[in-house]
Design a protein around this ligand. Structure first.
Ligand SMILES: [Zn+2]
Length: 629
């Protein structure tokens, strides 16, 4: 039978009534290529997906369906099922938008194409992409009664191409802020459907940063449905929450859930039944209207996908690292991440956190000292100067990361392209501090900013003092990479004579260093300030905050921004000193840095003969890191 004739006959036959979930269970097939669980698709595997799919069905009056879901909960499959349903059961023009064209291409190839080929009802309607003139390309698929266009939020042409009855907007929190100067991509895309009375808009995403997250804003305007499951012990219906998981954070061996009602504990095997008996309840029924909103965290991920154990394990690994924590909060808890603690960091409150030790004195735990040098002005500027912070580092009792102690901060006025400021820095560099154990402490490392107007002077200064652990650094806002890079060779101009590649400059990942510093400042007992630290100092130290911005390619990125009219030299010094410390730790065997520092300190006291043997063992390690500068 030819397609035309079949279509004609189908038109005469009364169509069976199907919702998206029913269509998926009846017709959708998963092949072993694309799916981890091949065979017939079963919505019962993820029972919470059934209600959103019913809302996407043609009979539901709901026009907009919002999913704010954790990763690995099946939201991509929900989108696929809806696409399949629209192609096969309720054809019409359809537009699917991904954050970028590259992601649109990936979705088409890796997710859609397998579904279209493996589901016979769809394969009949869309010829394979490889046949020429099939109306089937990566970005467009034609089928009887409609077509499917796939685009990226970064391309205005994808968004204003044509009217569409169905609009699927995937991972909207990762969309660009403004597309080619034409406005918000979600609004642009939704406009395509305005002429259709029976339109459907499907918006999905894991959340991102608090207050700049699209899916959160959409969900908050909806009726805010949450998935309630009955306790296997007492039957009380509750939303599964991470906060109710019980586990030993020192030694993760088993994870249990504690019912909020009967306080009984049960393990994850209860989940399958709980999910099956679960139900969506609107927590903001007063918002009920054309938008149905659904929120689900990773605890509901079915057995065999993402386990409670994995969620806890990831949490423990992310605890000390704000970048990892952000991902964990977004993809597991399905919550927006807040850098709120920074907003709360105000100079006045920090004044109360000062310790009793005096500037220039060394608290007992400190075993390593580093200088961070910020270079201001040059070229005849009247405010030319260098600012120098001395920071002490100590092991943290938790064994994770380190403690930091502000020892002192000095300002040396003068042109950094002239000699005097550097003579001044030499004095600070060669200073000796008295450690409470009787040792004389020296500066272990020093990082000098080469990013200003005195680059050559900085290179020159640093190269001549390499053996004292002095390095030239340059800030960079790329995040994700190492805290301090490997160091690249640069030319140095020694009073008119250029020596090719005779210097080294280290690129810093300042974003991640600031994350580390600020995560300490929020009052964790990991950063300490001497008794005379001024409010002005604290103002500068907290003079930047994390925010979401659109980068040059149009992508929203989280980055640090200065508070208006706020100097931040003290923060820069803190970042630079941390980079010097970081480079030192790299050259010691893993986990042994502070031990080596402590033993070297003891050795310099010379009073404890019993420790001399131990200290000797480590002299080669010490030599190792001194040489590497
Ligand atoms: Zn219970």
């Amino acid at each position: 039978m030819n397609a035309w004739k079949e279509g004609f006959l189908n038109g005469l036959r009364p169509q069976e009534k199907l919702t998206v979930d029913e269509w998926s269970d009846k017709y959708r097939k998963l092949s072993s290529r694309g799916a981890s669980e091949p065979g017939a698709f079963r919505c019962s595997r993820t029972p919470y997906i059934i209600e959103p799919l019913k809302e996407l069905s043609t009979d539901s009056p709901t026009q907009r369906v919002v999913l704010m879901f954790a990763a690995q909960t099946g939201k991509t499959e929900a989108m696929n099922n809806w696409i399949g349903y629209c192609i096969d059961y309720a054809p019409g023009p359809m537009l699917i938008i991904q954050p970028s064209l590259a992601m649109a291409q990936r979705l088409s190839k890796q997710r859609l194409e397998p579904m279209l080929q493996d589901t016979p009802r769809l394969a009949e309607k869309i010829p394979p992409a490889r046949s020429r003139d099939s109306g089937n390309s990566q970005y467009a698929k034609v089928f009887p009664g409609g077509f499917l266009a796939i685009g990226g939020s970064n391309s205005a042409s994808s968004l204003r191409s044509m009217p569409a009855r169905y609009i699927g907007l995937d991972e909207i929190s990762a969309y660009v802020g403004d597309v080619d100067g034409e406005g918000d991509p979600v609004a642009l895309a939704e406009k395509r459907a305005s002429t259709f009375t029976k339109r459907k808009i499907f918006l999905t995403s894991t959340p991102t940063i608090k207050n700049s997250c699209r899916i959160e804003a959409e969900y908050e305007e909806s009726d805010q449905r949450k998935y309630f499951c009955p306790c296997p012990k007492c039957g009380f219906y509750q939303v599964l929450m991470f906060e109710q998981l019980r586990f030993d954070s020192k030694k993760l061996d088993k994870v249990e859930y504690e019912c909020i009602s009967c306080k009984e504990r049960f393990d994850e095997t209860a989940k399958t039944t709980m999910l099956r008996k679960g139900e969506w309840r609107a927590t903001k029924p007063e918002n009920a209207g054309i938008t149905a909103g659904f929120w689900l965290n990773g605890l509901a991920s079915p057995l065999g996908w993402l386990s409670w154990f994995e969620i806890c394990d990831e949490f423990l690994k992310a605890k000390e690292n704000p970048a990892l924590m952000r991902t964990w909060v977004n993809t597991r808890k399905a919550e927006t991440f807040s850098y709120e603690f920074q907003a709360k960091l105000n100079a006045e409150a920090l004044m109360d956190t000062r310790s009793d030790y005096l500037p220039g004195t060394i608290p007992e735990p400190v075993v390593c000292l580093c200088l961070g040098v910020d270079v201001q002005g040059g070229m005849g500027s009247a405010t030319s100067r260098i600012e120098v912070s001395c920071w002490g580092y100590a092991p943290d009792p938790s064994g994770l990361a380190e403690q930091m102690y502000l020892i002192d901060h000095n300002i040396i006025y003068g042109d950094p392209n002239q000699g005097e400021v550097w003579t001044g820095l030499d004095v600070l560099l060669n200073a000796q501090y008295d450690h409470p154990n009787g040792a004389k402490m020296k500066i272990n490392g020093c990082a000098v900013d080469s990013g200003g107007l005195a680059t050559q002077s900085v290179y020159d200064y640093c190269m001549r003092r390499r053996n004292k652990g002095v390095i030239a650094i340059k800030g960079s806002s790329r995040s994700g990479g190492p805290i301090i890079g490997k160091g690249s060779r640069v030319d140095i101009n020694y009073s008119g004579r250029v020596r090719k590649k005779s210097g080294i400059v280290y690129l810093l990942n300042t974003e991640d260093i600031k994350d580390r510093i600020f995560s300490k400042v929020k009052g964790t007992g990991k950063i300490f300030f001497h008794a005379q630290t001024t409010e002005e100092y604290f103002k500068e130290l907290t003079g930047e905050y994390r925010t979401q911005k659109t980068n040059s390619k149009g992508y929203p990125v989280s980055t640090y921004e200065k508070k208006p009219n706020q100097a931040v030299e003290k923060l820069d010094c803190c970042v630079y000193a941390y980079s010097a410390y970081s480079l030192l730790t790299k050259t010691a065997p893993k986990g042994q840095f502070f031990d080596i520092c402590s033993k070297n300190l003891l050795k310099s006291v010379g009073s404890d003969k019993n420790n001399l043997k131990d200290a000797k063992v480590n002299t080669s390690a010490k030599r190792n890191y001194v040489n590497s500068w």
